[in-house]
Design a protein around this ligand. Structure first.
Ligand SMILES: NC(=O)c1ccc[n+]([C@@H]2O[C@H](COP(=O)([O-])OP(=O)(O)OC[C@H]3O[C@@H](n4cnc5c(N)ncnc54)[C@H](O)[C@@H]3O)[C@@H](O)[C@H]2O)c1
Length: 320
């Protein structure tokens, strides 16, 4: 089996995800080059990364020394050819199949077959993306969660033709990045995380639509109820704790009551039609008109950092 060594990563797409992924590589000691269509976007990404690195520093998650090193590890270029000396390329461009396929075809032609090509797609088939390349064995899914510098898990998805040595190497890389890999053995829509997350969100929207409870109470039910347990035990561990017989008996009468809409609910469709898109447009299920969203997000990040520390997910530097 080939021994893959990762020294430098190339990230294509410097938006929310690409900049966060680049930050993780840099702060964990890897060289990284971030690529996007123009310098303006790259400058904004650079500022975003700096702000987040300083926030981690203030929160005691990153020493002054590591912060300095992280900034040195980062480089930026709007020229794809500058990625020539990387060991892995992670694509984080918009979720459009034709864009991703065109990019992978180009990456496959431009870079040696030794370079691993990963996609951060939220749900497009890895095998479909890989099918435009001459070397589909080096194409893999690497699905990070937002914000990438906070959420500990990375889904590693094996496409139909992904080499098993590449799957193994990428899982090991995720560990070196101080993240938790989960291996998705079948290239199915939504992979692991979004399938479970969307099952829950579909039911939450249904309960709201049926006026069973307010948006606040539905969210509180998860945050202060069963969701409170999830950082400690997962759903299958929950079943084992409660008892398989109890789960079986409840499933027999409850499954058929749960929402199984094959399409987004009318409530969601109406909100999209009326541009009630959530935080970014000032209103979704809640109103954000009199709320400083940036501040709200930073407060949330600080809470996540406290959780990460408490649950032992982050390396806490002594010198901060
Ligand atoms: N935002 C999330 O919460 C989230 C979570 C997990 C996965 N994802 C997935 O990650 C990917 C990126 O999402 P995002 O939210 O970061 O998007 P984004 O819109 O914030 O960023 C995409 C970036 O890609 C750039 N781009 C477009 N075409 C390019 C090209 N050919 N070459 C180089 N750069 C190009 C754009 O200029 C933009 O800066 C998507 O596939 C998305 O589904 C998103």
């Amino acid at each position: 089996m080939k021994n893959y060594i990762f020294r430098k990563a190339g990230i294509v797409g410097a938006g929310v995800m690409g900049s966060g992924i680049a930050q993780v590589f840099a702060q964990e000691g890897f060289l990284v080059i971030l690529n996007d269509l123009d310098e303006d976007i790259l400058n904004k990404a650079k500022e975003r990364i700096k702000t987040n690195l300083f926030l981690l520093h203030e929160e005691g998650m990153l020493s002054g020394e590591r912060l300095k090193k992280a900034l040195q590890n980062l480089s930026f270029s709007s020229k794809l050819s500058r990625l020539k000396d990387v060991d892995i390329i992670i694509e984080a461009i918009p979720e459009k199949i034709e864009l991703k396929r065109a990019l992978f075809q180009k990456l496959d032609e431009m870079f040696s077959s030794e370079v691993i090509l990963a996609t951060n797609t939220s749900g497009i088939s890895i095998s479909l993306i890989a099918s435009v390349t001459e070397n589909p064995q080096r194409v893999i899914g690497m699905h990070w969660w937002n914000p990438p510098y906070i959420i500990p898990v990375v889904e590693v998805i094996k496409g139909e033709k992904t080499g098993t040595d590449i799957v193994e190497a990428v899982c090991q890389l995720v560990v070196k990045l101080n993240k938790k890999p989960v291996l998705v053995k079948k290239d199915i829509p939504g992979f692991l995380g979004n399938r479970m997350q969307y099952a829950l969100m579909r039911e939450a929207v249904h309960l709201l639509e049926e006026n069973v409870a307010s948006a606040e109470d539905i969210d509180t039910m998860v945050k202060a109820g069963f969701g409170f347990k999830f950082p400690v035990i997962g759903p299958l561990e929950t079943i084992d704790m409660a008892g398989m017989d109890i789960f079986y008996n409840v499933s027999k009468y409850l499954y058929k009551e749960l929402d199984a809409s094959p399409q987004p609910q009318k409530l969601v469709e109406d909100k999209v039609d009326r541009e009630k898109l959530g935080m970014k447009s000032g209103e979704g299920f809640y109103s954000y008109k009199s709320i400083d969203s940036l501040k709200l997000n930073q407060e949330r990040v600080k809470k996540y950092v406290r959780l990460l520390k408490e649950l032992g997910y982050c390396r806490q530097d002594k010198e901060v």
